[in-house]
Write a protein that binds this ligand. Structure first.
Ligand code: SF4
Length: 288
């Protein structure tokens, strides 16, 4: 399995911890990760979430791995904050691509969830021709002769291809950038492979995490799949009649939560020897 913190989330947390070391309080504009319990753990290290940008003045502010809207970045600077930009380099790449494509005369379609902060951030780097399409959404009439398509980093490649195939017959030139990050595609592929071989999949991660929800949806195409945040949500009933149980976890799921779920399965199974580290989980592959 490719699970546990992805590179971008791990980097953002490390940057926040480094910044918090010896400081009074530091703030993240929005939660650093989609995991309420971990957010509380970070609070104990003086790293606090602030959702209202108007409350951030003359402070040290971490920008999370999703990135933020260009105008919000400018506002944070204007309000006297010291900014530590932990925008994931894969997300930053999408900002650079959309800006460059617009400069070169290409309107840009963004494939992704229009309510997701990452997508709102990408959109803000585009011009007035930018449009966002959710999976399965029909782009309708296309009035441009040339176009560029990019994707939210956590989307499915098969659905990005679908959008490109729908658009292509209507334009003279189409540039499609595969901006789905490697961590996401590896994680999705590994989860699908495991789901194909399992009777039940447990997908561990925050209920609002886009990439965790996507994993749950993908796995459910192959076997029964349950999205949980913590082990305590499992009663044992889920395992009745199930022999092979797989675990997958989102990019912002702490290792401890994955180990806890694994140990709960062992406990329900009547085992008495538990895992103490992520590497002790059979076939577990943490991201490099
Ligand atoms: S899922 Fe990929 S793009 Fe998103 S933060 Fe992690 S490494 Fe970066």
């Amino acid at each position: 399995m490719h699970s546990g913190f992805c590179f971008g989330v791990r980097r953002a947390i490390d940057l926040a911890r480094d910044a918090a070391y010896g400081e009074e309080n530091i703030y993240t504009y929005g939660a650093l990760i989609h995991n309420p319990e971990y957010v509380r753990e970070l609070e104990a290290e003086n790293i606090f979430v602030v959702d209202d940008i108007n409350q951030l003045h003359n402070s040290t502010v971490i920008i999370r791995s999703h990135g933020i809207r260009k105008q919000d970045y400018e506002l944070l600077k204007k309000q006297g904050n010291t900014i530590i930009d932990a925008t994931c380099p894969y997300v930053k790449r999408t900002h650079d691509i959309i800006e460059k494509a617009n400069k070169e005369g290409y309107p840009v379609y963004i494939f992704g969830d229009r309510n997701h902060p990452e997508v709102l951030g990408i959109e803000s780097y585009g011009d007035e021709r930018t449009r966002i399409f959710a999976p399965g959404e029909d782009p309708g009439e296309i009035e441009h002769a040339k176009l560029c398509i990019i994707s939210q980093t956590t989307q499915k490649i098969s659905q990005l291809k679908e959008l490109a195939c729908i658009v292509l017959p209507h334009v003279q030139e189409l540039r499609v950038f595969n901006t789905i990050c490697l961590a996401t595609s590896q994680r999705q592929k590994a989860s699908i492979d495991l789901a194909k071989d399992s009777d039940l999949m447990l997908i561990v991660g925050g209920k609002t995490s886009a990439n965790t929800k996507m994993l749950a949806q993908l796995c459910s195409e192959f076997c029964q799949s349950i999205h949980i945040e913590r082990a305590r949500e499992l009663s044992g009933k889920e395992f009745e009649g199930k022999k092979r149980i797989g675990i997958a976890a989102g990019a912002s799921t702490p290792s401890e939560h994955i180990i806890e779920v694994y140990n709960k399965i062992l406990k329900i199974n009547g085992d008495s020897v538990y895992a103490t580290g992520i590497s002790e989980i059979p076939l577990f592959k943490e991201e490099s």
